[in-house]
Design a protein around this ligand. Structure first.
Ligand SMILES: [Zn+2]
Length: 253
């Protein structure tokens, strides 16, 4: 009698516990590998607020430049239009040891957001590629928002007619002129369709979270002009970086 009572007391204590403990099922063999992977992920996402020094900072996964596989891009959901109001009056054009760099001002309105142009410079050959294709030259127009965010507009140059603005920049560098009016419009295609992705600066410190807008339509530059630039820099383009899990968007005008 006593023994029976003890058992029923024990059972009543056990039942609620077992009731809220999920039934342990034997794991199917094919899940074993998957479980190992997810436990690894669990370790990576595990963190303690009392040990914040050990938190790992992820970087290096959003680097630029990249190759743009045109068949893998997604249509941009936003309107996305780019409007440029760059100054024709530059304040400096110089060989800075890494590129020909021009200090300029003006604004770029990108998808209704306002950026100020700080400088532009050139790379030979291009840094970005489309389906693996390089262009002989790529210009980078570096813009900064009021909150510090960077947006770089990339323009490809393809061999063809002489480019007036680029010629004036080359002339200013060799003459050592400080202030000059240049035909900046000639360095932009009329059609401002572009590819957009999040990347980095392509020179140290390679800071990430830079917005890239790579114009699809190239502008002309003559063979002679390419050779003139190559006298300064035959090769000032960073190698292509892994896309990793980034998305490339496109905006078509
Ligand atoms: Zn650049």
């Amino acid at each position: 009698m006593k023994k029976k009572l003890l058992i029923s007391v024990l059972l009543s204590l056990l039942i609620p516990v077992t009731a809220c403990t999920p039934k342990k099922q034997s794991e199917p063999v094919e899940n074993v590998l998957h479980t190992q992977e997810s436990s690894q992920k669990k370790e990576e996402s595990h963190f303690e607020y009392d040990d914040q020094k050990s938190w790992k900072q992820v970087s290096g996964k959003m680097q630029s430049p990249i190759d743009i596989p045109s068949s893998l891009v997604e249509k941009m959901a936003d309107g996305g239009a780019i409007q440029l109001d760059y100054s024709r009056k530059i304040s400096e054009a110089k060989n800075n040891g890494h590129s020909i760099q021009v200090t300029d001002s003006g604004t770029a309105t990108i998808n209704h957001r306002r950026f100020a142009l700080t400088q532009f410079h050139f790379h030979a050959q291009s840094e970005h590629t489309i389906d693996g294709k390089y262009y002989p030259l790529e210009a980078h127009f570096v813009n900064q928002a009021q909150d510090g965010r960077l947006a770089v507009i990339g323009v490809f140059f393809t061999e063809g007619a002489e480019n007036k603005g680029f010629q004036e920049v080359l002339g200013d560098v060799s003459d050592g002129k400080k202030t000059e009016i240049i035909d900046i419009e000639s360095m932009f295609p009329e059609n401002k369709s572009y590819y957009h992705y999040l990347g980095s600066l392509t020179t140290p410190p390679l800071t990430e979270n830079v917005e890239w807008y790579i114009l699809k339509t190239p502008v002309d530059v003559s063979k002679k002009q390419i050779e003139m630039f190559e006298e300064y820099y035959e090769h000032n383009n960073r190698n292509s970086q892994s896309l990793n899990d980034r998305v490339i968007l496109e905006h078509d005008e």
